[in-house]
Design a protein around this ligand. Sequence first.
Ligand code: T1G
Length: 655
Amino acid sequence: MPDLRFSDTISGSVRNGVLVVTIDNPPVNATSADVRAGLMAALDRAEVDATVQAIALTGAGNTFVGGADIKEFGKPPVEPTLPQVIERIEAFRKAAVAAINGAALGGGCELTLACHHRIALSSAKIGLPEVKLGIVPGAGATQRLPRLTGTPAAIELISSARLVGAGEARSLGIVDAVVDADVVGAAAEVAKGLVGKPLRRTGALTVPDAPADTLEKAAADAARKAKGQRAPLEAIRLVRLAATAPLAEGLAEERRTFLELRDSDEAAALRHVFFAERAAGKVDGLETVKARKVDVIGIVGTGLMGSGIAVAALNGGYRVIGVEQTQDAADKGRERISGLLDKAVQTGRLDAAGRDGRLQRLTVTSDASELAAADLVIEAVFDDLVVKTELFQRLDNIVRPDAILATNTSYLDPNAIAAATAHPERVVGLHFFSPAHIMRLVEVVNCAKSAPDVLVTALAVAKKLGKLPVVCGVTEGFIGNRIFSAYRREAEFMLEDGALPHEIDAALEAYGFPMGLFAVYDMAGLEIAWAKRKRQAATRDPAARYVDIADRLCEAGRFGQKAGKGWYVYPNGKRSVDPDVTALIEQVRAEKDIEPRHFNADEITARLLKAMSDEGEALLAEGVAARPGDIDLVMINGYGFPSHRGGPMFAAGRR
Ligand code: T1G
C-alpha cells in the first residue's frame, strides 16, 4: 500500500488492515496546527475506508510527541483544537492504539490517553510537564489520567511534572504493555486483535476509589510542594474534580483553567525560562565547531567543591581521577566522594549497583602524574592566584598537549591563570556552585584566549553532567556574583534609607525567594565577605557610597547563625528580629544625617529588581553575558530567584 499523506506532518500506511499514522514534525513532533489538521484527515480516511479496520498512532524519530507547540501559545487558537482531535479519537468507532516510541509529554501524553490501548517502548518517557510552564494540562489529562491511575497518583504526577519511564507507567496503569523493540508492529497487532471487540474508552471509566486519608495526604503533599505557584494547586483541584463530576463537566473546567493560566504572568515567565534554557549554552558562530572527545576527567582538589564535581562527573558516566597532595588527603577525598554516593543510595536517588559502578570508575591519588590520562582537568583547589597558577604550570608538564584545563575559581581572574600556562588557548573556566553534585548551574567562562573547540567541549561536558551551562566572559565574580553584589549593595542602601532587614527579607520571600537576603547571610556566615571587604578597603573609591553596618556586626562578633547572632538573633535556634541590630541601623542613619522613610514590600522588590537588571544591562553592554535570558537563568538556578517570575531581566522588562 503506498504511503498516504494527510498533511505536511502526518503520513499513513495501511498494513494488514491497520492504518499506521505517523506524526513527523521535528524537532519534537509538537501538536502544531498542521499536525492537528493532519490527524483529523487521517481519522476521516479511516472512518470511510473499508480496508482500514483499526489505527495505530506513532511518532517519527526518537520522540512520540513532545506536547503542544509552546511557540503557538501567544497566538490566536486555530481549529481543530487538540481537545477536539482527542475527543474524536476516544469516540472513534474503530480501535485506536498508541505506539509510544519515545517521549510522550503534555499533549502527547493526552493523545495516548484518548487511545483505546497504549503500548510503550521500554525506553519511552511519559509525563505531564505543564505545571513547569505555569499551566495545567489542557487536553484532558486531569480528567483521564485519574481514571487510569486513581486520584492520588494522578495528583502526584501532574502537580510535580515528574516524568515516568515505561515500566513505572505500566505499573501505574498508564500504559497497557511495554516492548523492547518494534513498538509499531506490536501496536498494529494489538489493534488488529481489537477489531470487533468492545473498546476501552478512558473517559468512560470511573475513577477508582481511594482511601480518604491517602487522598488527603497526596493533595496536601502536592500543595506544600507548590510553593505558592498557582498551576500545581489548580491541577490538584481539577484531578479531584474528575472523581465527582461527569467527564464533560471536568473537561470544560480543565479547559477554562488552562486558558486562564496560559495568559497569566506566571506562565509567560516560565515559557521565557523554557526557551532561555534551550538557548543557553549555544554560542553564536560556534555552531559547527566540534567538541573534543572527553572520557577521563581529572579533578585536582577533592574538598567540598572537588568531591561534588567528582560525583557529578561520575554521574555523567566519566572516568574520574582525583588528585590530592598527600596519600592521607587522597584517602579522605575518596571517603568524601563515596560518602556522597552513599547518601544518594540512602535517599533512593541511586541504587547500590549504580554506586558500585561509579566507584569503579574513580581513582583518588597523591600522584599527579596520573593526570597524563585525563582529557580534561578541573582544578578545585584553594582560591588563591599563586596556588592556582603554580598548579597549572605543573599540569602543563603532565597532561597531554590536547588536554583541556579548567579552573573553578569564583573570584580570581581566569585570564591571569591562563596567561601563566604554556597554552592559554586550552584554559577555560568552569564555575560550579556548591554543592556541585546538586546545583544545576555552571558558569562556563570563555577566557580571552580560550580556543573555540575548548569552549564547545566545556559546554558539552557540562551538559553531559546534567548541568545547565551559561557562557560568561571574564569579569570579577562572573555573571552571578556581579549581579548579586549589586543586589546586596542596594539592599544595604535601603537599610540606611529606612527599611529593616526583616522587612526586606519579608518582601523577598513574598516575591518568591525561598529565603530573604539577610537570613541567607546569617546562614552562610558573615566572616568571609568581611575578610574580602577588608582586603579591598585600600582600593575602594572613597567617594562611593559605602554601608558599614555588616562590618560593625562582624566587629561585634555577630557572624551569623553559627554564632547565635548576625543580622538576626537566634534564641533556641529560632530566627528573631534583634532590637540591638535595629538600634545599630538607626545609629548609622543618624550619623549620616539620613531621614529614614517607610518602604512597602512592592517598593523594596522594585528597587532590588532595578539594581539587578541595571547591572545585567551593564553585563550585556560589556559583552560578559550574551543574552538577557542567560542572566535570568543564572539568578534562578544559582541565587534562588523565583523561576515563576522569569528572572530579573524578564521581570524588570514586564514592569
Ligand atoms: N513546543 C515547541 N518547541 C519545543 C517543544 C514544544 N513543546 N519542546 C521542545 N521544543 C524545541 C526546543 O525549544 C528546542 O528548540 C528543540 O525543540 C529541542 O528541544 C495541551 C498545554 C521533548 C523531552 O513541556 O521536555 O502539551 O532550541 O533541546 O533534549 O496539555 O524538549 O532546537 O530551537 O529540549 O531532545 C508540554 C517540553 C507542552 C515538553 C526533548 N510539553 N520539551 O528533549 O531537546 S504544553 C513540554 C521537552 C502541552 C497540553 C499542553 C524536551 C523533550 P531549538 P530540547 P531534547
